[in-house]
Design a protein around this ligand. Structure first.
Ligand code: ARG
Length: 466
């Protein structure tokens, strides 16, 4: 970074003393907003083309602006660009360099534009790409979940409520539950994209410009769906950042829940899965340890993303129209949110298909928690008993099982008959784990056949949604 005096600043004209050295660094954003350089240049190119179309710039001026911008982009990419804190932000750094490179024409680029509409445009262009990247990672993770679901559509494990064994479910069904969470996450992002893809450019500082600009043309060049309707709103709106961060927070809430399950399942106590070594780390003191670091870290990272969302809501609260410098504070939380969700989604998309399922252990756990008690109650109802009476009888059966350390399926027919005369030898069909899951044979149910049908539908939904 080099230092310039305040008189060289693009806005220095009305100032009589140079900026305080600390204030200069305090107010500068270039250290973090330089990551927008590609979008800033993209926006400038379109703005210049539009200015030429409406006759504000000559063809020669446009050509030299485009040549200059191309060189600047190349220099930045190759690490040959000298960023300057005294030029405050990415926008003024690039503009100043353009003028150094091409002279007079460079000074005309900012005609009919302000940094207020410029930064809002850059941010939307940036976010549009990031949303598409996040959707692609979500899709990759969803497709991995479907592969696991397909492989394990018959695998049995206990389903839990209150983290107590509830009823047997299939592992495929469980994976499909996470698929649905992520499907909604992706839909939310695509919905958010519609509101992101609106162009602020042309709003200038806040009220528009006296030049005969063609905002529809600029919007078309930049691939925006439309120019923003209202100039005051266009420069001050950061809803789109907050909305994206709220989508991101939900994604990480979901991944934190999924993480928690993987961590529990990988513990010695559950021992339902093995995570491949390449997704785990060891302990520097305890030689036996293999820690599920990836899910733990993802669970932890959910906190900072939720924190960014709350921070951005507080940033916007009570801001009067239109642009305020407060909004410079939107970038770091947004960038960190983007980096965090892309990293977490990538780690999960890589890891999930490699999860090793310990089917025997899962089955044993499902067989030992009275997971088919509801099936016995339903059986008695089908034999004519009211559900509440059936519930009572099965409660007694479970108590007997706990006292004698046996599952319902391990009791003799006569023992069961002593609880209810309605019980016959066909009772054992419903007391098995397979009988229990295959009885739940309706749309959205856990029966292996239903799971297989749901996977086919899920693959179609994944293919047709963009
Ligand atoms: N760096 C500023 C931001 O991020 C750009 C807009 C500055 N506009 C202004 N009028 N000072 O918000």
């Amino acid at each position: 970074m080099t230092d310039n005096s305040s008189s060289q600043k693009p806005w220095g004209g009305r100032f009589t003393e140079s900026t305080d050295a600390f204030v200069e660094t305090f107010t500068a954003s270039v250290n973090f907003d330089q990551r927008l350089y590609h979008y800033d240049i993209q926006g400038s190119r379109a703005h210049a083309r539009m200015l030429e179309k409406v006759g504000v710039l000559s063809k020669t001026e446009l050509d030299s602006i485009l040549t200059g911008l191309k060189q600047i982009e190349r220099d930045i990419e190759q690490g040959n660009f000298q960023w300057s804190v005294s030029l405050e932000d990415v926008h003024m750094n690039i503009e100043a360099r353009l003028t150094t490179l091409i002279g007079e024409a460079g000074k005309k680029l900012h005609t009919g534009r302000s940094r207020n509409d410029q930064v809002a445009t850059d941010l939307r262009l940036y976010l549009r790409d990031q949303i598409n990247a996040a959707c692609a990672e979500l899709r990759r993770l969803q497709s991995g979940l479907l592969d696991v679901a397909e492989r394990e559509s018959d695998t049995l494990l206990p389903g839990f409520t209150h983290l107590q064994v509830a009823m047997p479910v299939t592992f495929g069904h469980h994976m499909l539950a996470w698929f649905e969470n992520l499907q909604r996450d992706r839909q939310r992002l695509m919905e958010c994209l519609k509101r992101v893809n609106v162009m602020p450019l042309g709003a200038a500082a806040l009220a528009g410009t006296s030049f005969p600009i063609d905002r529809h043309y600029t919007a078309e060049l930049l691939g925006f769906d439309s120019p923003a309707e209202n100039s005051l709103d266009a420069v001050s709106d950061r809803d789109f950042v907050i909305e994206f961060c709220s989508c991101a927070a939900l994604i990480l809430i979901h991944l934190s829940r999924f993480s928690e399950e993987l961590i529990l399942w990988a513990s010695t106590q559950f021992d339902f899965i093995d995570l491949p070594d390449r997704f785990c780390t060891g302990s520097s003191i305890m030689p036996q340890k293999k820690n599920p670091d990836v899910p733990e870290l993802v669970r932890g990272k959910s906190g900072r993303v939720i924190g960014h969302l709350v921070g951005l809501l507080m940033l916007m609260k009570a801001q009067p129209l239109a642009y305020n410098k407060d909004n410079q504070e939107d970038k770091e939380p947004l960038f960190d949110t983007v980096d965090t969700i892309l990293g977490c989604l990538r780690a999960f998309a890589d890891m999930v298909p490699a999860i090793e399922v310990k089917a025997d252990n899962m089955r044993r756990a499902a067989a030992s928690g009275y997971a088919t008690a509801t099936d016995l109650a339903d059986y008695l109802v089908r034999k004519g008993l009211a559900f509440r009476d059936a519930h009572e009888i099965v409660g007694n059966a479970v108590r007997l099982g706990i006292e004698s350390k046996r599952d319902l399926s391990e009791m003799s027919l006569s023992e069961l008959q002593s609880l209810s005369a309605l019980i016959e030898s066909d009772v054992f069909d419903v007391l098995t784990l397979e009988g229990s899951v295959s009885a739940r044979n309706h749309y959205g149910g856990t029966a292996p056949d239903q799971v297989r049908a749901a996977i086919i539908r899920a693959r179609q939904r994944l293919a047709c949604s963009d």
